[in-house]
Design a protein around this ligand. Sequence first.
Ligand SMILES: Nc1nc2c(ncn2[C@@H]2O[C@H](COP(=O)(O)OP(=O)(O)O)[C@@H](O)[C@H]2O)c(=O)[nH]1
Ligand SMILES: [Mg+2]
Length: 227
Amino acid sequence: MPSRISVIIPAFNEEKSIGLVLDALPQSLIHEIIVVDNNSTDNTARSAIEKGARVVAEHKRGYGSACLKGISVLDNPDIVVFLDGDFSDYPEEIVKLVEPIESGEMDFVLGSRMILPESRSALLPQSRYGNQLAVFLMRLFFKHQFTDLGPFRAIRYESLKAIAMQDTNFGWTVEMQIKAVKKGLRILEIPVKYRERVGVSKITGTFSGTIKAGTKIIYTIFKYLLT
Ligand SMILES: Nc1nc2c(ncn2[C@@H]2O[C@H](COP(=O)(O)OP(=O)(O)O)[C@@H](O)[C@H]2O)c(=O)[nH]1
Ligand SMILES: [Mg+2]
């Protein structure tokens, strides 16, 4: 029986890109696509509905808040995929992300943008260096070598429930990775393609976003070291 795959896309003012993301997803293979709209002031929600997604609103700001909202409305999937709404990732690569989970070999598959040279160079320098620091600390503290904190990732639903995600903003990606290691999930990183986003960056493309995200990521790593 084919797996039921649910996709969660957090989106804040992504009217230019959300339709491209939804068009590039192989919708016939996907059980549900949930776009979580975080108080967008543009036509993100309407564009997403037109392209076949289910849109749910989350008024509490933050990337993690939006992902948590998406999790709370899931319709009993086997595999959950997280994907950004900015068209930086190649949504068609979802097939490669879910395959090792469907085959029963893996529980968590992370798309790494640090492996293919073209992907790596599409990351802003602050993301590249920030990632390297974060994965260095995770290897030191949790003994697992990741190469990235990429947003495009797939996880078995049972495993997602088991790690009980909490972070409401920038600590989301790193929390999932650390908890996956601590829970002993079978983890695989695969290279994914990456390109410059469509539209305006809300996080690492701004000075304050970079500082806030960087601080929260490092804080989160130490928090899970101590708890
Ligand atoms: N729901 C929600 N999504 C957000 C928020 N901030 C950013 N995003 C989404 O998270 C994704 C990554 O943000 P982006 O601006 O591309 O950050 P960057 O990749 O660091 O440049 C995009 O899909 C954004 O729409 C937020 O506060 N709430
Ligand atoms: Mg982005």
